[in-house]
Design a protein around this ligand. Structure first.
Ligand code: NA7
Length: 543
């Protein structure tokens, strides 16, 4: 580790800044603080390698739903020119290779401590420093503490009776074994049909003897239309990268699509269908974010998209009973995180795939030999839980974080997370959250919003150093106004009409509050800049 001081009496490592996590967020934060600000910084990472989400999520079929050429860092023009993506939607190993390349290229590894989970972080009001303790028993302290723990990193394994008695093997997709899982000749059960289950289904089906999918909520999905990234396409993009990023940063969700203002209701049914068909053939998130401007704010407009997708399911799935079961009906399209897929619905035409609706016939228990639903027992060798995450707050709250007066973050967030701009929490000075609740995060192409957060935080710390300020802290009123604003914006959309993890609805007992900021990147970025221009309005500094 480079140039770090140890207080030998206490055996506490003294740093300027501590970053938690070495994924997209943590690595860029470390680079900025160390290389631009010259701060003595260390990143602590629980995994045995860098990459965060892309280190853990190694399940079959794992790939990114944003296109490769804009699901990457933009901070280095050289990196953008050097790196070659193989396809439109790269698989997990390729993204992990990219992140490892970033770690090497910018010499980050010497300041990343792997296999080290932060157990607690307490703010010491006398020294104005954060004191952390790792699960390995190491101690460190720093003026600044920055969380880059990611939004989707605490696996949700449902508490189903009897799991401990299952004689076969079971896995959660977010904690996939590094050596992989051999499905050949196996009877596999997959629980969960979110983005992950939808990506994994065709790949497992192609290998397993039989795949049974246990579906609680039928989901909408749009084809990805993955294809190789040709040298001509690479060249064209690399020549126009400035424009790509300009478009991405000014797009609602951080995607470089040309903005659309048209309403789905302006067109005749035939015209609208033709537009949807074109975008369906193109594939990807553009179906939601680049087709019509009102899909997420107007139920009638949303129904036109939902009906189109339901029509595609009916057309694709040969068995009408299975098609009926797959038909999403209880939430607007896009109100749950919209998956994109490669042959998901087509997979139900295979002889070795069956679908069980656990809405109609709930799982009663896991037996030693498989899954018992209300109506039937399914014998299985392997169970795959594609049941998602305790999103946005789960990982932070697993750490014992205490701010002023020993107040714990878990207590403060009991009724739902409270932040100012998703960046800071009142009562927790000098603690920053990259992609925290209240920021656009999961509603965006993440690298774009991560870079904005990292740069805002490092500029803020730089300004503090220049002005000899020791602490920055969001004030309670600004925080409370921001939480209200985030919820008001969400109420203007259709996001409220689904039991989604955006609302914490997937975790029993979790407070139901809309966590990401749905107002779009341009509005959010402008707000962050205005706050700075107004002398960090809503924050208080102490010298
Ligand atoms: P998601 O989107 O949270 O999906 C989880 C799926 O698992 C979803 O179909 C859930 O059904 C189902 N689920 C969750 N708990 C249970 C229980 N207890 N019983 C049965 N089924 C259950 O997670 P993903 O991993 O697919 O995606 C997470 C994000 O990763 C994704 O959005 C991308 O950003 C990448 P439900 O819909 O709740 O009825």
């Amino acid at each position: 580790m480079s140039g770090q001081r140890k207080n030998s009496k206490e055996n506490v490592l003294e740093l300027d800044a501590i970053v938690i996590g070495a994924g997209f967020s943590g690595m860029y934060m470390l680079k900025r603080l160390r290389d631009e600000l010259g701060l003595n910084t260390r990143a602590y990472e629980a995994g045995n390698g860098v990459g965060g989400t892309w280190y853990w999520n190694r399940y079959p079929g794992a790939r990114c739903d944003s296109e490769s050429f804009y699901y990457c860092y933009s901070f280095s023009k050289e990196l953008l020119q050097e790196w070659e993506w193989s396809s439109k939607y790269p698989e997990q190993p390729e993204i992990l290779t990219y992140l490892n390349h970033v770690a090497d290229r910018f010499d980050l590894r010497k300041d990343i401590q792997l296999e080290t989970r932060v157990k607690s972080a307490h703010f010491n009001e006398k020294t104005h420093r954060w004191e952390i303790l790792t699960e390995n028993g190491e101690r460190a302290s720093a003026q600044f503490l920055i969380s880059g723990v990611g939004c989707l990193s605490t696996a949700n394994v449902p508490a189903i009776k009897g799991l401990e008695n299952f004689k076969g093997d079971w896995y959660h997709t977010g904690k996939w074994p590094h050596e992989g899982v051999d499905f050949s000749g196996k009877r596999v059960g997959l629980i969960g049909t979110g983005s992950t289950g939808i990506q994994a289904t065709p790949v497992i089906a192609a290998e397993a003897d039989h795949l049974t999918i246990f579906q609680r909520t039928p989901n909408f999905s749009v084809p990805a239309r993955n294809e190789p990234f040709t040298p001509t396409k690479q060249k064209e993009i690399k020549a126009n990268y400035d424009e790509v990023w300009e478009k991405a940063r000014s797009g609602h969700g951080g995607f470089p699509y040309s903005p659309t203002t048209r309403s789905a209701l302006e067109f005749s049914s035939n015209e609208r269908t033709a537009i949807y068909e074109d975008i369906w053939q193109e594939g990807g998130f553009k179906f939601l974010w680049g087709s019509f401007a009102d899909i997420m704010v107007n139920k009638e407009a949303n129904n036109t998209a939902a009906d189109f997708i339901r029509g595609k399911i009916r057309e694709t799935v040969q068995d009408p009973v299975t098609a009926d079961k797959l038909m999403p009906h209880d939430h607007p399209y896009g109100a749950k995180r919209p998956p994109i897929d490669t042959n998901y619905f087509e997979t139900f035409n295979r002889d070795n795939v069956s679908l069980v609706s656990i809405k109609e016939s709930p799982i009663e228990e896991i037996t030693p030999s498989g899954v018992l639903t209300k109506d039937e027992e399914y014998d299985l060798d392997i169970i795959v839980f594609a049941t998602g995450f305790d999103a946005m707050t789960g990982t932070l709250l697993k750490i014992d974080i205490q701010g002023r007066d020993g107040e714990s973050l878990a207590d403060k967030w009991e009724a739902g997370p409270k932040t100012y701009l998703g960046l800071q929490v009142a009562g927790f000075p000098n603690f920053f959250t990259i992609s925290g609740p209240g920021s656009p995060s999961v509603l965006s192409n993440m690298p774009v919003t991560i870079e904005q957060h990292v740069e805002w935080i490092s500029d803020c710390i730089q300004s503090m150093k220049k002005n000899e300020q020791v602490c920055i802290e969001a004030n309670v009123e600004a925080e409370s106004d921001w939480v209200t604003h985030v919820n008001q914006i969400a109420e203007m959309t259709l996001f409220w009409e689904a039991n989604s993890w955006y609302l914490g609805a997937n975790i029993p007992g979790k407070a139901r509050i809309f966590m990401p900021y749905a107002g779009g990147l341009p509005t959010y970025f402008e707000r962050c800049e205005d706050v700075v221009k107004q002398g960090y309005a809503g924050f208080e500094f102490s010298a």
